[in-house]
Structures are given as structure tokens and as C-alpha cells.
Write a protein that binds this ligand. Structure first.
Ligand SMILES: [Zn+2]
Length: 190
């Protein structure tokens, strides 16, 4: 996934193909499907939720940048008809953020977006202020994030900052990025 290549090895030869893709995956929260459900109780045995989640390996979960828990929306909310932001306006923001990233990495062949930046670029473009550093330190402690997850959270924060056309990553951007790690090992199934 990270190298954006796939290698097929056979007895006589090995072939390498480009494989740059975006992985979008969904899973149930637990074997019975009701963990964290607002009205239906989860009937899973103690420890089985954690065991179920462990079927996705830690290193794979680490590489999934945005992890969102989706809880059911009650009918009363669905029927409220409150208009959200239109897809057209979100699209505009995404295009603008992509343009910022294209300009940022204009001189680096093969790097098109924040997720692909090198560690040198990471140090240059992902500077955290003192408040954000402290927030990250607390999050690492409490969520039990790995070093790999650390970089990835900050890269997502960089993208959130780009979406709001902010030159710097602020603690607000970082806080939002941290909410997208809801399935990390230590914070699920306890
Ligand atoms: Zn359950």
C-alpha cells in the first residue's frame, strides 16, 4: 500500500506492477453489530469486541488514515430535512486544497498530495506550534498511537488546514484529525 507497487512472484520470474490506489473499507463494530449503538444493546461477550477488531492487524489499521465510526441516524433526524453543505461546494474546497498541494509539491516528481510527502517534506510543511505539540503528546499517551500513526495524523491535519486555506496547522486542525482515529487499537472495545 505504501510503496504503491505490487509484486507478483512466481517460480521463474517476478513481475512488478504499479498499484496506487485508495482503500475504502467498512466493517461491523463487533460480532453482533450493535457495539456503541444508541438504542440496541451489544450482546457480545466480554473481550470478543476487541478480539473481533484484532482481525484487522495493527500495522494495517495504522495505515488507514481516516477511521470513522458511523452510528445509525434516528428517523426523527433523517426526516428533519436540514440541508447540509452541498456536494458542489465541498467539491470546490477539495479542488482548492488539491491545488495548494500540487503547488507545494510542484518540484517533487511522484508526490501529489500530503499523504505522499517524504520525511524531509513532513518536517518542512507539518510544523506544530507548542499547543499542538502538547495535544499530540497527550493523544499518543491516551490513544496509544504508534509512531506511524503519529505522522499520518499530522498529515491529515495538514490536509484539513489546506481545506480551510490555512498556512499553518493549528490545534483545531489537529483535534479534527485525531477524531479520525476512532478505531485505533487501544480506544476500541474496552
Ligand atoms: Zn456486539
Amino acid at each position: 500500500m505504501e510503496e504503491r507497487r505490487i509484486t507478483v512472484a512466481r517460480a521463474k520470474m517476478t513481475v512488478e506492477y504499479p498499484a496506487s490506489f485508495m482503500l475504502v473499507a467498512a466493517m461491523n463494530p463487533c460480532p453482533c453489530g450493535y457495539y456503541n449503538h444508541p438504542t440496541v444493546p451489544c450482546t457480545c461477550a466480554a473481550g470478543s469486541v476487541k478480539k473481533y477488531m484484532n482481525r484487522v492487524s495493527g500495522p494495517l489499521m495504522d495505515r488507514i488514515d481516516i477511521q470513522c465510526e458511523v452510528i445509525p441516524v434516528p428517523f426523527s433526524e433523517l426526516s428533519k430535512q436540514k440541508p447540509g453543505e452541498s456536494s458542489a461546494s465541498i467539491r470546490e474546497r477539495v479542488i482548492a486544497a488539491r491545488q495548494i498541494q500540487a503547488a507545494r509539491f510542484a518540484n517533487t516528481p511522484g508526490v501529489h498530495c500530503n499523504a505522499q510527502m517524504s520525511s524531509k517534506q513532513f518536517r518542512e510543511y507539518c510544523v506544530l506550534d507548542a499547543e499542538s505539540q502538547e495535544m499530540m503528546r497527550l493523544a499518543m499517551d491516551r490513544l496509544g498511537l504508534s509512531a506511524r500513526a503519529y505522522d499520518r495524523v499530522i498529515k491529515v491535519a495538514r490536509t484539513i488546514a489546506d481545506l480551510s486555506k490555512s498556512v499553518n496547522i493549528t490545534s483545531e486542525h489537529l483535534a479534527e484529525a485525531l477524531t479520525y482515529r476512532s478505531l485505533d487499537r487501544d480506544s476500541w472495545g474496552r
